[in-house]
Ligand binder design. Structure first.
Ligand SMILES: *[C@@H]1O[C@H](CO)[C@@H](O)[C@H](O)[C@H]1NC(C)=O
Ligand SMILES: *[C@@H]1O[C@H](CO)[C@@H](O)[C@H](O)[C@H]1NC(C)=O
Ligand SMILES: *[C@@H]1O[C@H](CO)[C@@H](O)[C@H](O)[C@H]1NC(C)=O
Ligand SMILES: *[C@@H]1O[C@H](CO)[C@@H](O)[C@H](O)[C@H]1NC(C)=O
Length: 566
């Protein structure tokens, strides 16, 4: 396990400081590949690999302080979001770090490109060069579930003169899923060969979920937003294309009050596409339909990340956030319905990515992630000796959205991932909420989760259980799906509509939401029934107040608006 090696790494480093260069220190190692991966032998020496060097940022503590200062409603600086340059000054590496790492790379004839806030260097090199640089032994590993293979190493060492400046190198010992792992739980009926749901625009969300019933249930306005500077960015990865024709059909059925030609903008990265053949339709349609269809007239941008990273969604997460870090303007809201198991990602990489979300929050972006659809079991039942945690949903500088179904009352969905991080500690904004929950929980699930970890999700929205489905149109067919993938775009739409009114009133947008949400818990509909099952347990039960299944609860638009001072 990678965590344990941090200690080894620190002790070797202090030892190394006493002796002359060139001395190598262990950066990370693991005894074997995780379950589901098999080595096919040494990776071909001349195969190329894109290495990403995560350089230590010079002032993460300062950035966290600045983030909380502009995101905590009681602070005098609430809403005074930072500029790109202000945030990137915190995230950038020190000059010393940059020079040391660049000298090391150039003395090895490696040319690296700087990205993000200058805190990432990327270089495409041969496997033999990567082995030399990193004291590594890259092997080709086959991922059984997808049939895809990629190069990883079980160990990395770094020269002492750069070790302290490099947080992590990826890909190396992190065995993330090589394919995008969008957490949509159920296979749409139409694709199982069964009946496509005929579609129903019911007034209540009790049986089927549509924009109309969500408007009633959460008090979401139907009147069009007016501010063109507003935006929701919807992240999409490999083979999940958002179809104009499906959106048109969806709006024609479920938002008859809107022009069916209402559409979205496209941003592509890494050779991303958004092909429009009916056979290219992915469930991603859902995120676009539940933003364009709920956040009436708010501009929506579909960010499609292509296969060039060859690194599943983790490479995509890094590329999207590094792209935005370098942009002058960031979207006020970004929603992503993908995730991985925390234990698959090295702590250093998890912290680095989470710090980038911290930067986006400080600049005023509400970053939302679906909490995941594996209940307390995550992506792999094999690892059920303890509950699994979803990443990036466990990052304390973003807002994780879980799922509920039914209306009287709204009840936690069994698949709604939630729990407590093993990497991130409990942030101050939720300390009381988590303590109260743990006290009420008593000895339930004792030993299966980390009582000092950040609790997630933060909030929830409708997603529906099997057979009581969120209506979408995919490949021309109206059908039902479910999963926390439904919930994050719905919550994102609520925030975007509040932002529209804030902008109209000359106020700043909500930005990083959690301090605002936890200090206005009454503005959410508390969910107190249901639980997230898995690992042969009933998981965590929803309870009065915050819980690690439905967070603080589901949106009450009028109350959230009032809490925002509107
Ligand atoms: C890599 O080396 C193998 C064996 O020598 C050779 O067949 C192959 O064409 C080489 N590939 C590249 C991309 O140079
Ligand atoms: C980090 O940022 C904080 C907050 O702006 C500042 O007070 C502190 O001096 C900075 N520390 C370093 C080492 O730059
Ligand atoms: C770098 O390139 C130079 C010139 O081709 C060569 O002499 C040197 O050995 C190379 N160094 C490394 C570490 O590959
Ligand atoms: C539990 O969480 C804390 C806080 O993030 C962390 O420091 C600790 O290592 C975790 N324990 C385990 C066993 O993972």
């Amino acid at each position: 396990m990678v965590v344990a090696n941090t200690l080894v790494w620190i002790s070797l480093l202090s030892f190394a400081a006493a002796i002359p260069f060139p001395r190598r220190v262990l950066h990370a190692s693991r005894s074997s590949a995780p379950h589901g991966f098999t080595s096919l032998g040494a990776a071909p020496a001349n195969q190329s690999i894109k290495l990403r060097f995560a350089l230590a940022s010079n002032n993460v503590t300062g950035l966290e302080k600045a983030l909380l200062d502009v995101s905590t409603p009681s602070s005098a600086n609430y809403g005074n979001h930072l500029t790109k340059d202000e945030v990137n000054a915190f995230l950038a590496p020190s000059d010393e770090a940059l020079i040391a790492v660049q000298n090391w790379l150039s003395s090895n004839n490696v040319t690296a490109v700087s990205t993000g806030a200058g805190d990432w260097l990327t270089a495409t090199v041969s496997i033999s060069k990567a082995n030399d640089l990193l004291g590594a032994n890259y092997e080709t590993f086959l991922h059984a579930d997808s049939g895809k293979s990629y190069a990883r190493t079980l160990s990395v060492t770094l020269p002492a003169q750069v070790a302290a400046h490099i947080d992590d190198v990826h890909p190396s010992t992190t065995f993330n899923s090589p394919v995008s792992s969008k957490p949509v739980l159920s296979v749409p009926q139409a694709r199982k060969g069964g009946n496509g749901n005929s579609g129903s625009n019911a007034a209540s969300c009790a049986n089927t979920v549509t924009p109309t019933c969500l408007q009633t249930l959460y008090g979401i306005p139907t009147t069009p937003a007016t501010q063109s500077s507003n935006n929701i960015a919807v992240a999409g990865f490999i083979d999940q294309f958002a179809q104009q024709a499906d959106l048109q059909s969806f709006l024609g059925q479920f938002r008859t009050d809107l022009s069916s030609s209402t559409t979205f903008a496209l941003q592509t990265l890494d050779g991303g596409k958004n092909t429009q053949g009916a056979a290219d339709a992915g469930d991603e349609a859902l995120d676009i339909q539940y933003t364009v269809g709920v956040a009436t007239n708010v501009p929506v941008t579909f960010v499609s990340v292509g296969e060039k990273t060859q690194d599943g969604d983790l490479g995509g997460f890094l590329d999207i956030v590094n792209f935005l870090t370098a942009e002058t303007n960031v979207p006020p809201v970004m929603t992503t319905s993908y995730g991985e198991d925390e234990s698959d990602i090295s702590p250093a990489l998890a912290f680095k990515l989470c710090n980038a979300y911290m930067g986006m929050g400080a600049r005023g972006t509400s970053v939302l992630f679906a909490s995941g659809d594996g209940g307390v079991e995550g992506g792999s039942a094999q690892r059920c000796t303890t509950f699994q945690v979803a990443f990036p949903a466990d990052c304390p500088y973003l807002t994780a959205v879980g799922s509920v179904h039914g209306t009287s009352p709204e009840t936690a969905s069994t698949f709604s991932s939630g729990g407590f991080s093993n990497y991130f500690g409990i942030p101050d904004y939720q300390a009381d909420a988590v303590a109260t929950y743990l006290q009420t929980l008593g000895t339930t699930n004792q030993g299966l989760f980390n009582t000092s970890g950040r609790g997630y999700p933060d909030v929830a929205a409708q997603a529906c259980r099997r057979g009581e489905n969120v209506q979408i149109v995919s490949g021309g067919k109206t059908q039902g799906v479910d999963g926390t993938s439904c919930s994050s775009p719905i919550f994102a739409s609520v925030i975007a509509l509040i932002n529209d009114e804030l902008i109209t009133n000359g106020k700043s947008t909500l930005g990083f939401l959690n301090p605002f949400l936890y200090s206005n818990a009454a503005a959410l509909n508390d969910v107190t029934t249901g639980s997230n099952t898995g690992c042969g347990t009933n998981g965590f039960p929803a309870k009065t107040g915050w819980d690690p299944v439905t967070g603080l609860g589901t949106p009450n638009f009028a109350a959230l608006k009032a809490a925002a001072g509107l």
